[in-house]
Ligand binder design. Structure first.
Ligand SMILES: [Zn+2]
Length: 98
């Protein structure tokens, strides 16, 4: 039986969560990778963007994430070993000189 449950308890639970149409900073942080990957649904994306308009903290967070992602991409990129070119050029220059 469910007698122990007050009939209107659901109302109090709602104070914990925000309105369905609002994104909290914590929710945004959880979604931020999807946001960068463009994986958010259009509806969610617009909520996120609305949140960014009014939340400086999350804007700063996004900027930091962008910087982090950019540096991670640089690291993970199979970048052509840069020394090779200049080394070859130096060798060629030496040989050409003689
Ligand atoms: Zn926020």
């Amino acid at each position: 039986m469910d007698n122990s449950r007050p009939p209107h308890n659901g109302h109090q639970d709602r104070e914990f969560s925000v309105t369905a149409d609002e994104v909290t900073c914590q929710q945004f942080v959880e979604m931020v990778t999807d946001y960068f990957e463009g994986a958010l649904e259009p509806h969610t994306l617009s909520q996120v963007e609305e949140h960014l308009v009014m939340c400086d903290w999350c804007v700063t967070y996004v900027e930091q994430m962008q910087a982090t992602i950019a540096s991670l991409r640089e690291l993970s990129e199979p970048s052509a070993p840069e020394p090779t070119d200049s080394l070859l050029a130096a060798l060629r220059a030496k040989r050409g000189g003689t």
